[in-house]
Design a protein around this ligand. Structure first.
Ligand code: FAD
Length: 333
């Protein structure tokens, strides 16, 4: 690991003043320190924001919910209001990583975590996402990689929280010393590798994420998230799904189906949503949604199993959201 200096800040203004000349933010530090130990990131200055109290906590407003950037995954999972009204987020945060990591990892650090492609994470491989012109995953080990929308880079979206936040139409609040405050919908936050392989999201280097805002759910809304993986815990998803159903009696008025670990950017499946919208939620409609979500899938040499795993994940998560199935004991986390 390279040597670096550390600026401990207790206010957003103090952190913004330190955020220059290549300095980077450290929140929980779980992902950042991993990348520094791998040698893929070598910042010479860290700006520690972990002690900024104004960036912590969950606040209900008449517009919805505001979650401070430094709120941990464990705090979100344990919050009774989130559990009751934004279950998809509670489930996603409560089943990410491990209990120890969830106690340290922050919601905004989670959505900003780096790609989990092992070629990207190794200092020995200079790939397309690091400014070169080659991807090693297409002809290499690609069992954990994308099956859709990958263009020139099949690394997958790693953030469990982002799968839920996309399903909830969340917005992200950012602030910088040069431009002040702005808000970006999470659907516009991540950058597809096809449009720019060297950018991962629209955050500028001098910006800090301060909060996540989630609009109030409409009456009759139910939701759920489930993650499937190699291991019960201690690992990212091979396939995960977020489902939000706005129910009008027995009929689904609006459905949102999101997927992580399928593509480089968390995605909604319009095809799956169409199979649920305007219909009662049954085993048949849930199964049709799972299969429809695989429209356009182009698995790589070692990951065709995901084309079978995602339909199961979506089918079971739709039924869980609808209250027709218990949480799958085979799900990870
Ligand atoms: C074994 C293991 C299993 C895991 N499994 C999962 C899983 O299943 N699901 C999942 O989602 N994650 C998983 N993770 C990843 C883990 O959840 C993330 O590393 C963690 O959430 C990152 O949060 P953090 O607060 O530590 O971020 P940090 O490491 O502090 O920061 C991450 C990045 O975000 C930037 N950053 C952080 N906060 C801000 C801010 N407010 N403003 C601007 N920039 C900021 C940092 O500069 C850095 O680039 C796993 C990790 C491990 C080690």
């Amino acid at each position: 690991m390279n040597s670096f200096s550390l600026a401990d800040c207790t206010s957003v203004d103090a952190a913004l003043a330190q955020l220059k000349n290549g300095a980077v933010i450290k929140a929980g530090g779980v992902d950042l320190l991993d990348r520094m130990k791998n040698g893929t990131d070598q910042p010479t200055r860290l700006v520690n924001i972990r002690n900024i109290k104004e960036l912590r906590g969950v606040h209900a407003t008449d517009q919805g919910l505001t979650i401070g950037a430094l709120t941990t995954l464990a705090e979100i999972a344990a919050d009774p209001a989130i559990r009751a009204h934004y279950t998809v987020l509670s489930d996603a945060c409560g089943h990410a990583a491990t209990p120890h990591i969830r106690n340290v990892a922050t919601v905004c650090g989670n959505i900003l975590q780096g790609l989990q492609c092992w070629y990207f994470r190794s200092a020995q491989f200079e790939c397309i996402r690091k400014g070169k012109d080659q991807c090693f995953a297409f002809s290499g080990l690609n069992q954990y990689h994308a099956i859709m929308d990958y263009g020139g880079c099949p690394s997958v979206a790693p953030s469990s929280a982002a799968v839920a936040l996309l399903a909830l139409d969340a917005g992200i609040e950012l602030v910088s010393a040069s431009k002040g405050k702005r808000s970006v919908a999470i659907k516009d936050f991540y950058v597809q590798p096809d449009s720019n392989p060297h950018r991962f999201n629209v955050k500028a280097e001098d910006e800090i994420l301060t909060a996540v805002h989630i609009p109030l759910p409409k009456a009759g809304t139910r939701s759920a998230y489930q993650k499937y993986g190699d291991k019960e815990s201690h690992d990212w998803a091979l396939a995960d799904a977020g489902v939000v159903l706005e129910m009008d009696g027995a009929v689904c008025r609006r459905a949102v189906v999101t997927m992580g670990a399928a593509s480089p950017v968390v995605r909604r499946s319009a095809e799956a949503e169409a199979e649920l919208t305007g219909k009662p939620i049954t085993m048949e409609t849930a199964r049709a949604a799972g299969h429809a979500a695989m429209t356009g899938a182009m698995p790589l040499s070692m990951n065709a199993y995901k084309v079978q795993l995602f339909p199961v994940a979506i089918y079971r998560t739709v039924l869980l959201a609808a209250g027709q199935m218990d949480r799958d004991p085979g799900a990870a986390g």
